[in-house]
Design a protein around this ligand. Structure first.
Ligand code: CP
Ligand code: NVA
Length: 301
């Protein structure tokens, strides 16, 4: 594993290895056991979109590993004024030991990896959010003990989160059901991948059908970063695609609920269900830290 660009690139074994290391790093942090695997290394963090969790967990995680995190806003970088990503990659590779980037196009992340010579970590693109899904898988295993026989149900937009969840959950052996409106389905690349899993993957317009017998229910915002101008149109399209009491009743009685955050209460999830599952959702947010530390150690140590 040279980069973390998308879940599609990872083998099941690589995913499980990352999760095992993440569990170990979480244990070490909780027990005050130092783990300076990245002493003397520097991570550049390029943000072309807003972030709370990704920025703070990468920055803190790098510090805990003995390394130095460098926050690079695209407002200040020449990349924001049109310097090609190919040149940025070749320059930054001479100063840094790794780059985390949050941007719009997946191609930009793939280009950084192609033209640079250091590990690249995708901190979210319009196509996928692998760091979040590694933390989600870590949280599912933590609460459920294993992935065996579990069903994950995603409700809402076939967006970056849906894409990475479909791939990640199928790769670790879970079955997956996604409920989304026809015009908001995941892209062909993801549906083609999922088709190879036969009846372990189901896509429907019916949230109730997708939630039936689910062990994990997940949703995300109806309008992602960059889509704010479509908010009103999306509110109409996604009406009914909500995790609420009625949907929870269709799932298994011990089903857990995850949300990558930020959440819009009474849109994709009711405040009541959110609060009833807040311990799972905030453990998921915490696990960003541990999962990403594991990724950085695997790539940069
Ligand atoms: N879930 C997530 O990636 O959060 P941020 O946008 O705050 O980084
Ligand atoms: N789908 C959301 C995820 C935010 C973490 C977005 O891209 O804005």
């Amino acid at each position: 594993m040279k980069h973390l660009l998308k879940m599609l690139d990872l083998s099941t074994e690589e995913i499980i290895d990352i999760l095992n290391l993440a569990d170990q790093l979480k244990y070490e942090l909780k027990h005050g056991i130092p783990h300076p695997h990245l002493k003397g290394k520097t991570l550049g963090m390029i943000f072309q979109k807003a972030s709370t969790r990704t920025r703070v967990s990468f920055e803190t995680g790098m510090y805990q590993l003995g390394g130095y995190p460098l926050f690079l806003s695209s407002n200040d970088l020449q990349i924001g004024r049109g310097e090609p990503v190919q040149d940025t990659a070749r320059v930054l590779s001479r100063y840094l030991d790794g780059i985390m980037i949050r941007t719009f196009e997946q191609k930009e992340v793939e280009d950084l990896a192609e033209y640079g010579s250091i590990p690249i970590i995708n901190g979210l693109t319009d196509f996928c959010h692998p760091c979040q899904v590694l933390a989600d898988l870590m949280t599912i295993r933590e609460f459920k003990g294993s992935f065996d026989g579990l069903k994950m149900c995603f409700i809402g937009d076939g967006n970056n989160m849906a894409n990475s969840l479909i791939v990640g959950c199928l790769k670790v052996g879970m079955s997956v059901a996604i409920a989304c409106p026809d015009d908001y389905q995941p892209p062909k690349e993801i549906l083609d991948f999922a088709a190879a899993y036969g009846d372990k993957f189901v896509m429907t317009n019916s949230p109730a059908e997708a939630a039936k017998g689910a062990d994990v229910l997940i949703t995300d915002v109806w309008a992602s970063m960059g889509q704010e101008g479509e908010s009103e149109k999306r509110k109409k399209a996604f009406a009914g695609y909500q995790i609420n009491d009625e949907l929870m009743a269709a799932a298994n009685s011990d089903a857990m609920v995850l949300h990558c955050l930020p959440a819009h209460r009474e849109e994709e999830i009711t405040a009541k269900v959110f609060e009833a599952h807040a311990n799972e959702i905030f453990e998921e947010a915490e696990n960003r830290l541990h999962a990403q530390k594991a990724v950085m150690v695997k790539l940069m140590a």
